[in-house]
Design a protein around this ligand. Structure first.
Ligand code: SAH
Ligand code: SF4
Length: 424
């Protein structure tokens, strides 16, 4: 084998170091022969209809009808679309599907959290399937769906289980919207469907304040993957989710979490306009370089500058800073004080996340007393500082524990994890 010296080989060491931060996609999405209409924008849907011979004068009205059947009624077959002419239904059936990702496993936590393993098309014969996880977190007054944006993740944060997985590929808008559809199918969260029963589900006053009468009232892009490395697809999907004549999840109830892909933050604000969460986790670059290696490319000062410029930022629309509590690593009282100083002037909320352990990690969750101390310092500085209760730890559904079954844990690892979850 010949090794040719690349000009970059002469580049300064730190430049080459940051080049290695991002994993490249190993597989491509292979579209199914008969594509699903789920997740197309209105414009793309109009093009699809025109492409199968719907007369131009009718396209707008047909888009409206299909949109309603797909996203308000949750239709899973063209046959169910009774206000659409029989002839058009037959044409649609011939060319398209309404397929969502395939649910291959469900786990329900003792606290009612549900984790679904979803299989996506695209694998080639003999290859591992492309799978992602999607988590539903019910509370009394809301139901939050945590969506994945990638199979695996482009990045490798040292405390995150997903980061240990090789990146397989970006999800398509259809696969992101499809996670919402499949969750609502499973929960019976469509008008007239049989509602799911089980522990912890939100109470649903018809059209009620908190949930709008739906089990899925909020969305967080906090599952597998870094959403800003898949910006276009995430944007298209979230705009479908927020469409007021369809799934109707208000942008105030959608939060996108990023580990700090600085050049994409302004675009996310301008083109999507949802709430922003930033995974900060450290107050100094040296430590953040270790925890979130992307920091070597976009250090804290640049990240916070991008936050200050986030479109629409105000006291009513604050940025959430996520801070994972790692014992003896980033949880001292001095860290808490530095955090307050660092965020000065930015309309912010601070979310302290107890570290969720996973087998093989060397990190531990901070002691409860230390989390309380940390939280008090932040609270006294004028921030509400809720400590996020870990949900679904027993089924490995908590933040940063997601990892698809392609890289499945052994039964022994699962037991080890359960033991950890129970003893901390
Ligand atoms: N890639 C995006 C969104 C997905 S991760 C991001 O990093 O922001 C969602 C949140 O879970 C992030 O704040 C992430 O840092 C945090 N997280 C990852 N692993 C965790 C773990 N083991 N315990 C607690 N939180 C974790
Ligand atoms: Fe990726 Fe977020 Fe995990 Fe980092 S914390 S590896 S960006 S999913």
């Amino acid at each position: 084998m010949t090794i040719s010296l690349h000009p970059e080989a002469a580049a300064p060491r730190h430049a080459r170091d940051t080049d290695a931060l991002e994993k490249t996609a190993l597989e491509r999405y292979v579209a199914p022969a008969k594509p699903s209409l789920v997740g197309l924008s209105r414009v793309a849907l109009a093009e699809a209809l025109a492409g199968v011979g719907v007369p131009p004068a009718q396209v707008k009205m047909r888009v409206q009808q299909l949109w309603h059947w797909m996203y308000v009624r949750g239709a899973q077959s063209f046959d169910a679309m009774t206000s659409v002419s029989k002839q058009l239904r037959t044409t649609l059936e011939r060319h398209f599907t309404l397929v969502r990702p395939e649910m291959v496993a469900e786990q329900v936590s003792v606290d009612g959290t549900r984790k679904w393993l979803l299989r996506l098309p695209g694998e080639r014969p003999g290859e591992k399937p492309h799978e992602v996880e999607c988590v539903y977190i019910p509370e009394a007054d809301r139901g939050t769906l945590c969506l994945s944006s990638q199979v695996g993740c482009t990045l490798s944060c040292s405390f995150c289980h997903t980061g240990t997985q090789r990146l397989v590929r970006n999800l398509t808008p259809g696969e992101i919207v499809g996670q919402i559809m499949v969750a609502r199918d499973r929960l019976g969260d469509w008008p007239g469907a049989d509602r799911a029963q089980g522990p912890g589900l939100p109470t649903l006053p018809a059209g009620g304040e908190g949930t709008g009468g739906r089990f899925v009232s909020n969305i967080v892009m906090m599952g597998m993957g870094e959403p800003l490395y898949n910006l276009e697809a995430v944007r298209d999907a979230l705009l479908v989710a927020a469409d007021g004549e369809g799934l109707s999840v208000s942008k105030r109830r959608i939060t996108l979490s990023t580990s700090g892909v600085v050049p994409m933050i302004a675009r996310a604000g301008a083109e999507i306009g949802v709430m922003l969460a930033v995974s900060l986790h450290a107050v100094a670059d040296a430590l953040r370089n270790e925890l979130v290696p992307l920091n070597r490319k976009y250090p804290i000062a640049e990240l916070l500058e991008a936050c200050r410029r986030y479109p629409g930022l105000s006291n009513a629309r604050r940025i959430t800073f996520e801070y994972v509590m790692l014992k003896g690593v980033n949880d001292s009282s001095a860290d808490a004080k530095a955090l307050v100083r660092l965020l000065k002037g930015i309309p912010a909320k601070i979310n302290l996340i107890p570290f969720n352990p996973w087998p093989g990690t060397t990190y531990e969750c901070s002691d409860w007393e230390q989390i309380e101390k940390f939280s008090e310092i932040i609270f006294n500085a004028g921030y509400a500082s809720p400590v996020r209760t870990p949900r679904g730890r027993d089924i490995l559904a908590a933040c940063g524990q997601l990892k698809s079954a392609t890289e499945k844990l052994s039964a022994r690892e699962r037991l080890a994890l359960r033991a950890m979850a129970m003893t901390d």
